[in-house]
Design a binder for this molecule. Structure first.
Ligand code: GLN
Length: 280
């Protein structure tokens, strides 16, 4: 089987399994099994796959066709132009979350040595992007689960070794509250209890602890807005990623806690995705 034949087979099998992004995914899989970049694939498309590559492809397709996430199979995923280690036990970075970064960078644009806290850090993609994109910042990444922290430690090492540190602890125990921050950012679990069973097949392979936000999905917002506002320095900002239908509810929570200038921001797909506000 040539690379070109393999590519066509993969595309067809993915499509038949109801996987929409068949062209993109087939390319990713070919790149992964051959180790080639885009132009190498184009100049070598008529090469025969080796025995090893064929076996690898079979194993990958077995997993992907039962909707095991492509990102877990590949073991890495890009976010905001950098590569992160991912796998079972940690939430996969989403493109929607890039809007959180845009808002944070705008909020931090005049800060001189910003201190940043990323709550429920997961892979660390939010905090580590901010660590890399801002001058003289120091970033604390708070994560409860060792399963996720295994990836996070690697990502710290690869993406921001100097100015980022992990605290392995539970936000509900009030961890990392002994400092004043310029920015607190969080993409907490925010799926409503009743919606968990209807998630896309791929998402069901992700840790429920990174998804389930309590009965109405708002548990983390209530707690963080109330308990962590005292850790913001005067003028500091709290930035939340939210579910597309949670904008007004999270805004109301922040209003009740006395935040100012609260705004709801849409992602690239025109869904409400970020709520943020500042303290006096
Ligand atoms: N955006 C994720 C999803 O819809 C949820 C992530 C989260 O709960 N923070 O699958």
């Amino acid at each position: 089987m040539t690379i070109f034949e393999a590519y066509n087979n993969i595309k067809k099998e993915l499509k038949n399994a109801g996987i929409d992004d068949d062209v993109f995914e087939a390319k990713q899989i070919i790149k992964y099994i051959t180790g080639y970049n885009n132009s190498q694939i184009l100049s070598n498309y008529s090469n025969e796959l080796t025995e090893f590559q064929k076996n690898n492809l079979t194993a990958i397709m077995k997993q992907r066709l039962i909707h095991y996430p492509l990102q877990y199979i590949l073991g890495r995923w890009d976010f905001y132009g950098r590569s992160y280690k991912v796998g079972p036990g940690v939430l996969i970075p989403r493109q929607d979350t890039e809007t959180v970064i845009d808002v944070c960078l705008e909020v931090l644009k005049d800060a001189e040595k910003p201190k940043i806290l990323d709550i429920c850090a997961g892979t660390g993609c939010i905090g580590l992007t901010l660590a890399a994109e801002t001058e003289n910042s120091s970033v604390t990444l708070l994560e409860k689960y060792e399963e996720a922290a295994r990836y996070l430690r690697e990502n710290i090492k690869n993406n921001a070794p100097e100015n980022a540190k992990l605290i392995l602890a539970d936000v509900f125990d009030g961890a990392a509250k002994d400092e004043k921050y310029d920015l607190i950012v969080s993409n907490p679990p925010y799926i409503k209890a009743e919606d968990i069973k209807n998630l896309q097949a791929e998402v069901k392979y992700e840790p429920e602890t990174a998804l389930a936000g309590g009965k109405d999905g708002l548990d983390f917002y209530r707690f963080i807005a109330k308990e962590y506002k005292e850790c913001l320095r005067s003028g500091g900002a709290l930035v939340f990623e939210i579910g597309f239908d949670q904008g007004e509810a999270v805004k109301a929570i922040m209003e009740a806690e006395g935040f100012n200038d609260i705004k709801i921001v849409k992602d690239y797909s025109e869904n409400d995705r970020v709520v943020f506000g500042t303290v006096n």
